[in-house]
Write a protein that binds this ligand. Structure first.
Ligand code: NAD
Ligand code: TDX
Length: 337
């Protein structure tokens, strides 16, 4: 099977490529990435020949919004796994246009090529399209929860999801959609919460918690997310949406407390900074449908062990993140966060 992976030099996409190489050696994988600030070629080093890897993957630099390029690539592959997106909420509040271009126009461009060539698509999305839940109830998102996005980022992801659903219904394309909760693990950009705090601590800087820190996220290890994507590709029903989550709800203060403990710092060694405008309170996923229809089960039940391994990865790979860290913290200080 020839698989085109978009956004393959980003966090989840690069982990997907490495996971697919390890678990599906008979797949032939091509990586497409616009190589924005969020991409890092080093993340694909094990499979890129010019970086000393085995040369098993070709990396094409280009945008999913580039119609002629996308048309040719889609024609040459059997399946497209679509991770490419602008992905950071704080950036979308500062400068929304790249989110509309990559997430909405990019997904539209891909859908048109999929329709022309009759190929299979799996579209990757987020639980943020459903808006937020209250802190004090036990409700969780399901596949029938209405979309109600809060930020420009989540609105563009909801827009992309709705385009995919319309192309399934109106044009009969062969596609599936998944909406996953917050991922953590190696190779995540240092703008995101967990890597930002790990690299702060490693650099002798206190973690920075937005607002009260009581906001809840439903954490899943990136390998568990990607194994679920592979399960949907192989066992999911065409036309369906699947929620992916691993029952990992924690508030931000709890995550910081675990990171401080893992790095031998006192529990109060962090600071509160200004809150994110429109900051969603709580996300939580009910993944019953995925569990009933596929044999997928998460392997990282213990977030503390997953975080410990993630801390070690950032400790061992400072070359991977050092320059992005400087740039990112310059942006955060401009935003007052
Ligand atoms: P990321 O920002 O680390 O990676 C995104 C990649 O897409 C980057 O390499 C970037 O260069 C590339 N890209 C951006 N615009 C592009 C374009 N126009 N054409 C081609 N490539 C482009 O993001 P991530 O965290 O790896 O997220 C990947 C996908 O997973 C996104 O669709 C995101 O919405 C979704 N998702 C993320 C999470 C999470 O917790 N990070 C959770 C659920 C869903
Ligand atoms: O420095 C910080 N301090 C802080 O308290 C940062 C960067 C974040 N936070 C808070 C905001 C959120 O409550 O931590 C939580 C997680 O923040 P992010 O890592 O920015 O993630 P979130 O906004 O929840 O979105 C993420 O999960 C869903 C990904 O970035 C999205 O791409 C994905 O769709």
């Amino acid at each position: 099977m020839r698989v085109l992976v978009t956004g393959a030099a980003g966090f989840i996409g690069s982990n997907f490529v490495l996971r697919a190489r390890a678990t599906r050696p008979n797949w032939s994988v091509t990586a497409l990435d616009a190589m924005t600030y969020a991409a890092n070629r080093q993340s694909l080093a094990p499979v890129l020949s010019d970086l000393g890897g085995d040369g098993s993957v070709a990396l094409v630099e280009g945008s999913v919004a580039d119609a002629p390029l996308v048309d040719q690539l889609v024609a040459d592959h059997d399946v497209v796994v679509h991770f490419a997106a602008e992905s950071h909420n704080d950036n979308s509040l500062d400068s929304p246009w790249p989110f509309v271009e990559s997430n909405v126009v990019g997904t539209f461009t891909l859908l048109e090529a999929i329709r022309r060539h009759g190929k299979r698509l799996h579209h990757i999305s987020t639980d943020e399209v459903y808006g937020d839940l209250k802190l004090d109830d036990h409700e969780r998102f399901t596949e029938t929860t209405p979309v109600n996005p809060s930020s420009p980022y989540s609105a563009t992801k909801a827009g992309a999801d709705l385009l995919v659903r319309a192309w399934i219904r109106s044009f009969g394309i062969r596609a599936t959609v998944s909406n996953c909760s917050n991922n953590y693990g190696p190779r995540q950009h240092v703008e995101k919460f967990i890597p930002r705090q790990i690299t702060n601590i490693l650099g002798g800087v206190r973690p920075k918690v937005y607002g009260s820190g009581l906001n809840v996220r439903d954490w899943i290890h990136v390998d568990d997310h990607n194994d679920a994507v592979i399960a949907i590709l192989e066992q999911g029903r065409l036309g369906e949406t699947y929620l992916i989550g691993a029952d990992g709800e924690h508030n931000n203060l709890e995550i910081v407390a675990m990171l401080l403990q893992l790095t031998g710092r006192p529990g109060d060694w962090f600071e509160h900074v200004g809150d994110r405008p429109g900051h969603d309170l709580r996300y939580a996923i009910d993944a019953t449908k995925l569990r009933l229809e596929t044999d997928w089960r998460p392997h990282y039940g213990d977030i503390r062990a997953g975080l410990a391994a993630t801390v070690e990865w950032y400790r061992d790979n400072e070359d991977w993140w050092a320059s992005a860290k400087l740039e990112t913290e310059r942006t955060y200080s401009r935003l007052g966060r």
